[in-house]
Design a protein around this ligand. Structure first.
Ligand SMILES: Cc1cc2nc3c(=O)[nH]c(=O)nc-3n(C[C@H](O)[C@H](O)[C@H](O)COP(=O)(O)OP(=O)(O)OC[C@H]3O[C@@H](n4cnc5c(N)ncnc54)[C@H](O)[C@@H]3O)c2cc1C
Length: 299
């Protein structure tokens, strides 16, 4: 089965943009190919892509670094590199944990964070973590280079803001983890392994100076709608409350009354998924609060 006619490996952002422009809608961006090529192979009578533009050799899309108050990750960085990064382990445990459960080692070695976001599935595990990290994505969208909040990258299930025959996702940034802050991610899978996750959950918490109260939290349970979204009412319920099991139960109950989880034959029943949302929120909030308590003091 022929999947493409021409394959390009540009080493500069400008070259990738020029190729996309030259093919005028007939070229497609590719990173690890673990979504794109798997979908193409599954498509009956797939017409080969006229050209694939592989972005994984472009240095602007390959870095993981901290600069000033932010952490930057290139869109072409693989999940394996994210898992192995000390900078990310220190500043974004939820992202390391989320990317660490994507597929198996072979998938993680080639699949990228940019592909996870550009594919725009509401269940993307890297995406769920980026939502609570308050990340932004740098893109070339309709010819203009700009930063977009992560929530603005989604138009619907599988529908990205970006047109992958024209636009490019370059890198992500989010604030460095501060004193009294912590994050965590967890997910529930069916035991069969390759099945879709029942539910994933990421949280970010900030405690007050005494580290006894939640000052602010961000939480995301996915997939729970057409696009990944934060649990804003539950987040509001946490503000100013003591870090206790009782507060965590209040946050969970507030989240459950706002969440509209559906039964899915590929995932589980709505009732089971609701119970699992409670389990995941309880686990991740407890772990993130503990990490926040133990985080280094501000200098
Ligand atoms: C066996 C298996 C298991 C998997 N398990 C999981 C899982 O547990 N959790 C999970 O979240 N995902 C999972 N996935 C899905 C997939 O691996 C991830 O979504 C991965 O991060 C996609 O990245 P990629 O680099 O392979 O994207 P690609 O397939 O290369 O691209 C995906 C889409 O994004 C576009 N694109 C890619 N990079 C850019 C860019 N820089 N700019 C613009 N557009 C771009 C492409 O054109 C395409 O439309 C699994 C896939 C497989 C095959």
């Amino acid at each position: 089965m022929k999947l493409w006619n021409h394959y390009y490996t540009p080493t500069k952002l400008s070259e990738a943009s020029e190729l996309l422009e030259r093919y005028a809608g007939n070229a497609r961006v590719i990173a690890g190919g673990t979504d794109l090529l798997v979908d193409a192979k599954a498509e009956e009578g797939h017409t080969p892509f006229e050209a694939l533009v592989d972005i994984t050799r472009i240095p602007d899309m390959q870095g993981i670094y901290d600069q000033d108050d932010a952490i930057y990750i290139g869109a072409g960085v693989s999940h394996t590199r994210i898992v192995q990064s000390d900078v990310l382990r220190k500043n974004a445990a939820c992202l390391v944990e989320g990317c660490g459960v994507i597929g198996g080692p072979q998938v993680r070695n080639v699949a990228t964070l940019g592909g996870n976001v550009a594919h725009a599935l509401p269940a993307g595990d890297g995406t769920t973590a980026l939502v609570v990290l308050d990340a932004e994505a740098e893109v070339i969208f309709e010819g203009e280079r700009k930063w977009v909040p992560i929530a603005g990258m989604y138009r619907g299930p599988g529908q990205s803001l970006l047109n992958p025959t024209k636009d490019l996702l370059i890198r992500f940034r989010f604030p460095k983890l501060g004193a009294g802050e912590g994050t965590a991610f967890d997910r529930i899978m069916r035991p069969q392994g390759v099945a879709l996750p029942v539910l994933s959950c990421a949280v970010w918490v900030k405690l007050d100076a005494a580290r006894e109260h939640f000052e602010q939290i961000r939480a995301c349970v996915a997939p729970a709608g057409p696009v990944p979204a934060r649990l804003e009412t539950a987040e509001a319920a946490a503000a100013g409350q003591p870090v206790t099991p009782e507060t965590i139960e209040t946050i969970i109950q507030t989240a459950l009354s706002a969440l509209k989880l559906r039964t899915s034959k590929y995932r589980a029943t709505a009732e089971y998924r609701e119970e699992m949302a409670a389990v995941l929120l309880r686990r991740t909030l407890t772990i993130a609060a503990q990490r926040a308590k133990e985080s280094p003091q501000a200098r």
